[in-house]
Unconditional design. Sequence first.
Length: 228
Amino acid sequence: MSFFANLKAKRAAKKAKQRYEEEFTEWESEKQTLTQMLDIFTKAAKGEEPNDQSLVQKNGELVLWTGTATFHEAGRTSSRYVGGSQGFSIPIVAGIRYRVSSTRGTLVPGEEMQMDRDQGFVKLTNQRLIFAGNTATTEWAFSKLLSTFTNPAQNDYNFGVSNRKKTSGLRFSPTDGPIFGRIFAMTLYAFEEGIPAATTMIKNEIKEIESKKPALVLESTSDKKSLN
């Protein structure tokens, strides 16, 4: 093999290894999340839950996941004046000036947006999502949930419920956000279809992802080698 061909092969192998490591990291993270979910819902099916004395639970309610987040809700920024002018005086004759008053301009209402209210604990149960902070406490009952939205990073969630006009939500850390999203989605499925159905779905997803384990493929000038 010539020098340039050898250099090209090394570069290709380096790219292949980098691609494999990225795919394997993503695959391993997904499998760990599914395994964690299976453990949660398997225990829930038996009526087991984490030892939690800080929540007054409803009949048949089980705590599935606990984390921390920032609570935010729809609000308005402060109103402001635009187009105002400062007062000034105009000389008319010696010793006499005419004073022109200032104007505050036009009052512009504040912008409506999601505003941070508090930081605290989040508890996800089989019936509702709960936030408890130092100054704010709220819940989103699954029976009243109308909509759920998240950002591309999947760490900021907005929830719409039928018993409140204002949309509110939670912002998690970049690590906790995606995990919460997966468990939350499965919890909603369990709320509609039952915990055993959710457990079965998770087991099927684990089987599927195990069949798609990434492999390191190295290309040479003559053939391709696959290393599991």
